[in-house]
Design a protein around this ligand. Structure first.
Ligand SMILES: Cc1ncc(COP(=O)(O)O)c(C=O)c1O
Length: 367
C-alpha cells in the first residue's frame, strides 16, 4: 500500500508520485479487441502475465475467453495460483533441484505446464514427477530464430519430444516457440514476411512430430507485434501475447499493434532550473529505460535525460508554463519492466478519476 492512498474519485492532481496509472476503460477495450479478433479463429489466447504481473488484469483476460495464462517465472506462477488461476504455462525452462521441487509443489495445486530444451532437465523433471506421483504437462521449446532458449526445429525437436513422451510422469503436449526477434521489425511488411517464414519452422516441426505418431495438442507462441501475422498461421494453437493489454510507447512506435495506451507513470515537476528545462521525479528507478525515453503526455515537452531519481524534460513553446508541483504523465517505452517497478497500479475511470488500487502480485518475483 503506498504511503498516500487517494480517496475514491480523486483527480490525478491528488495522486502522489511517482505512481503507475492504469486507465481501466482503455485496458478493457484492449482486452476485448484482442479477444474479438480471435473469437472465430481456431487459436486460443493464453496471455502473458510477465507484461503487467497483475491478477486483476489476468482475471479480465480469462473472463474475456482466455484458456489460461502464460508466465515466465515460478514466482509468477505462484502468484497466479494464489489468485485462483489453474491453467498455467511457464514458458521457460525450470532447471535445478530447488526449482524443480517448487514446481512439484505448484503442480499439486494447479495444472502447470513447462517448457524444456534439454534431455537431462527432462530426466530430472520425470524423476521428480514420478517420485511425487504427479503428471506434468511439457512443451518442447523450439528456437525459430530468436537465438535464446530452445532446440533447433525439425529432427532435434522430434528427438526431444520422443524423450519427453517416453518419460514417466511427463505428458508431451506440444511446442513452445516465440518469435521475439521479430516483434519490433519495421516496416510491418518486413515483419510479416519474416514471421511467416519463421513460424513455418514451428509448424513443420509440429507436422514432423505428428507424422512420427506423437499427438501435438499445443503449439504456443506469438507476441503483440506479430499477433496479426503469426496468430493466423495454421498450426499455431495458442497466443501468448502480453503487452497489448496495457500497451507501451515502443509498440506504438513500431506499429502493427493497434491498442490504446492504458498505462502511464504520473510524475511531478520538482524543479524549473532554466528556461526550457523541467525536472521530474521519475527517473531510472521508476520507469523503464531499455527501449528509450518515455513519451510525455503533454504538448511541447520531451523527456531527454535519465537520472536515477530524476528525469530532464526539454520544453518547447507550448510547455513553457509548466511549474514546480505540476503533474504530468509519461508513457513508458517498455510496459513490462515498468510494471515490475511498482507494487500497485492506480486505476482510473473514464473521467480520469481514481477508482482503486490494484496490487501487482507478480512484481519482483524473479525466482
Ligand atoms: C516467451 C514470450 N512469449 C510471449 C511474450 C509476449 O510478448 P508481447 O509482450 O510482445 O506480447 C514474450 C515477451 O517477451 C515472451 O518472452
Amino acid at each position: 500500500v503506498p504511503a498516500h492512498v487517494p480517496s475514491p474519485t480523486a483527480p490525478l492532481s491528488e495522486i502522489d508520485t511517482p505512481a503507475l496509472l492504469l486507465r481501466r476503460p482503455a485496458l478493457e477495450r484492449n482486452i476485448a479487441k484482442m479477444a474479438g479478433r480471435f473469437h472465430d479463429a481456431p487459436v486460443r489466447l493464453r496471455p502473458h502475465f510477465k507484461s503487467n504481473k497483475c491478477l486483476h488484469i489476468a482475471r479480465l483476460q480469462l473472463a474475456a475467453g482466455a484458456v489460461g495464462i502464460t508466465c515466465a517465472k515460478l514466482g509468477e506462477a505462484e502468484a497466479l495460483i494464489d489468485g485462483g488461476v489453474t491453467d498455467i504455462l511457464i514458458a521457460n525452462q525450470i532447471v535445478g533441484p530447488i526449482k524443480i521441487a517448487r514446481l512439484m509443489d505448484l503442480r499439486r495445486r494447479a495444472d502447470v505446464m513447462v517448457a524444456v530444451d534439454d534431455a537431462d532437465n527432462v530426466a530430472q523433471l520425470s524423476a521428480a514427477a514420478t517420485a511425487a506421483g504427479l503428471e506434468l504437462r511439457v512443451l518442447v521449446e523450439v528456437d525459430v530464430g530468436m537465438g535464446r532458449c530452445g532446440v533447433r526445429p525439425g529432427e532435434p525437436a522430434l528427438t526431444l519430444a520422443r524423450t519427453v513422451a517416453g518419460s514417466p510422469g511427463l505428458h508431451f503436449m506440444g511446442l513452445q516457440t516465440y518469435e521475439g526477434h521479430l516483434q519490433e521489425v519495421t516496416p510491418y511488411e518486413e515483419r510479416r514476411r519474416r514471421a511467416l517464414e519463421d513460424m513455418q519452422k514451428a509448424v513443420q516441426t509440429r507436422r514432423l512430430i505428428e507424422d512420427a505418431g506423437l499427438p501435438v495438442a499445443i503449439v504456443s507462441g506469438v507476441g503483440t507485434g506479430t499477433h496479426t501475422i503469426s496468430g493466423l498461421v495454421e498450426g499455431i494453437d495458442e497466443l501468448q501475447v502480453g503487452s497489448y493489454a496495457t500497451m507501451d510507447a515502443e509498440y506504438a512506435r513500431v506499429g502493427g499493434a493497434d491498442f490504446e495506451h492504458a498505462l502511464s507513470v504520473l510524475a511531478t515537476v520538482v524543479s524549473r532550473p532554466a528556461a526550457g528545462v523541467a525536472i521530474v521525479d521519475v527517473g531510472l528507478k521508476s520507469i523503464a529505460a531499455e527501449f528509450g525515453f518515455p513519451l510525455v503526455r503533454i504538448d511541447g515537452a520531451e523527456y531527454t535525460e535519465f537520472h536515477e531519481e530524476h528525469g530532464t524534460l526539454t520544453l518547447g513553446e507550448a510547455a513553457q508554463d509548466l511549474c514546480a508541483g505540476d503533474k504530468i504523465e509519461l508513457i513508458p517505452s517498455h510496459g513490462c519492466t515498468t510494471c515490475n517497478l511498482y507494487d500497485v497500479m492506480h486505476v482510473l475511470d473514464a473521467d480520469d478519476r481514481f477508482v482503486e488500487l490494484w496490487p501487482i502480485e507478480g512484481r519482483g518475483r524473479a525466482q
